[in-house]
Write a protein that binds this ligand. Structure first.
Ligand code: PLP
Length: 450
């Protein structure tokens, strides 16, 4: 793999730092995909992120298409957000007590999760609880669904990632897809046995599971649009049909919008999907990433009747020293307030331009590919045939991605270091940033073709 920077200088400090990190941190990283395991080479140690760019310890600047895996919807270090964080920090980093701003954020989330449908205005998020990570949000939503229904089984879909709690690591996407791990060691078999894993976009599989285990299934958890095995959107009407099956059986539907929420549209993928599809009302949603504006903050929200099962009102326990942390809430509030309809229009336009440039470059080199998209999120599948499930995603020519990735990196563009991740654009990707990406594509496509 190439080991030179965008300026042609050797990747010196990055390599030294990686060796040093590996002595004190397992694999040198605090989250597995950062280790570049599936693309090879040396991870870049970042020291600054601003607008559409990140800078590594050697002073190399890259146009960034990772966006911290989603949160940086406005671009990195947007001055208004940074100011809000600084002002909140100056008033105290953490109180471990109720604050006025956490109610403002809960109200804003409720307001944003309102959408017009053929059935009138839908507002499925009546109450919100703030937590610190997406993992906590999904873990709590599942405990809540079990507490509410008095049932134990959970259905998840193959290739969907919902964080790293025990019951959710079976056939999960993201880092597990990247490392080709079917699950994780350390999950007790009785816990794993509470999760049924089904193929995505296959309603008959869901019907069969409910026919067999119906009265034992507490919930189905689904990514609003799957984005952790690369992007695999739900087939038209899939989420609505799923809701119907789940509700008929007295179970709850948890729609995971940790990645898509407030990124693909003002009311997440759920809101966007109502524009041209049937109405549906999930019981619970999970949010993360954008909702914290780059700080550790996530949330779950949904029907008041269900949410009120949480302590202190109800019997389902959940808590957190840093839940609703005032500095994180300030970042989330500032980010959501700035993410207006113009921002979403910009994200859509940037994404569309990039998708067509990538496709053109790959086509010019005769590389079989499909651009898989869900709103402004997209990824490149190295196959002519679009994928609708995990098995199809795994059958692609994944070996083409590492040389493509490294050619882009060498030209100063930072892509997700795995073919199983979405590409994230920001509203700060202006013409200059886009042209740098587009200029880098022909050589990368050539590398992918080799
Ligand atoms: N759910 C989805 C859909 C995600 O994409 C992620 C993270 O990528 C999570 C849950 C877990 O969130 P976190 O990494 O904040 O724990």
């Amino acid at each position: 793999t190439p080991e030179s920077s965008s300026t042609g200088a050797p990747v010196q400090h990055n390599a030294e730092l990686f060796e040093r990190a590996k002595h004190s941190i397992p694999g040198g990283v605090n989250s597995p995909v950062r280790a570049y395991g599936s693309v090879g080479g040396t991870p870049r140690f970042l020291v600054e992120a601003r607008g559409a760019y990140v800078t590594d310890v050697d002073g190399n600047e890259y146009v960034d298409l990772v966006a911290s895996w989603g949160p940086a919807i406005l671009g990195h270090a947007r001055p208004e957000v940074v100011r809000a964080v600084q002002e909140a920090a100056a008033r105290g980093l953490s109180f471990g007590a109720t604050t006025p701003s956490e109610t403002e954020l809960a109200e804003l989330i409720r307001e944003r999760m309102t959408a017009e449908s053929a059935d009138g205005v839908l507002a499925p998020v009546e109450k919100v609880r703030l937590v610190s990570t997406g993992t906590e949000a999904t873990m709590t939503a599942i405990r809540l669904a079990r507490g509410f229904t008095g049932r134990d089984l959970l259905i998840k879909f193959s290739g969907h990632y919902h964080g790293h709690s025990d019951g959710l690591l079976a056939e999960a996407g993201s880092g597990l897809a990247t490392l080709a791990m079917p699950g994780s060691a350390g999950v007790p078999a009785p816990i794993a046995a509470q999760t049924l894993v089904l193929p995505y976009n296959d309603l008959d599989a869901v019907r069969t599971a409910f026919a067999t285990h119906g009265d034992r299934i507490a919930a189905v958890i689904v990514e609003s649009a799957a984005c952790n095995m690369g992007v695999v959107p739900p087939e038209p009407g899939y989420n609505a049909a799923l809701t119907e099956i789940v509700h008929e059986a007295g179970a709850l539907l948890i729609v995971d919008e940790v990645l898509t929420g407030f990124r693909v549209g003002s009311a997440g993928y759920w809101g966007a999907s109502l524009a041209d599809g049937p109405a549906y009302m999930p019981d619970l949603f999970t949010f993360g990433k954008v909702v914290g504006g780059g700080m550790p903050l996530a949330a779950l929200g949904g029907r008041a009747e269900v949410m009120d099962y949480l302590a202190p009102l109800g019997p389902v326990y959940q808590a957190g020293t840093l839940s609703g942390n005032p500095v994180a809430v300030a970042a989330g509030l500032a980010t959501l307030r700035l993410a207006d309809l113009d921002v979403y229009a910009t994200l859509d336009a940037v994404s569309a331009r990039l998708q067509s440039a990538v496709s053109q470059a790959l086509a010019a080199e005769g590389v079989a590919h499909t651009i898989q998209r869900a709103g402004n999120l997209f990824s490149v599948l190295f196959s002519d045939t679009p994928a609708t499930n995990y098995a199809q995603v795994q059958a692609q020519d994944a070996f083409r991605y590492p040389p493509f990735f490294h050619a882009m990196l060498e030209a100063g563009v930072s892509l997700p270091p795995s073919v199983f991740e979405a590409w994230f654009v920001t509203a700060a990707h202006d013409d200059v940033a886009l042209e740098r990406i587009i200029d880098a594509l022909p050589a990368a496509a050539k590398a992918a073709a080799a």
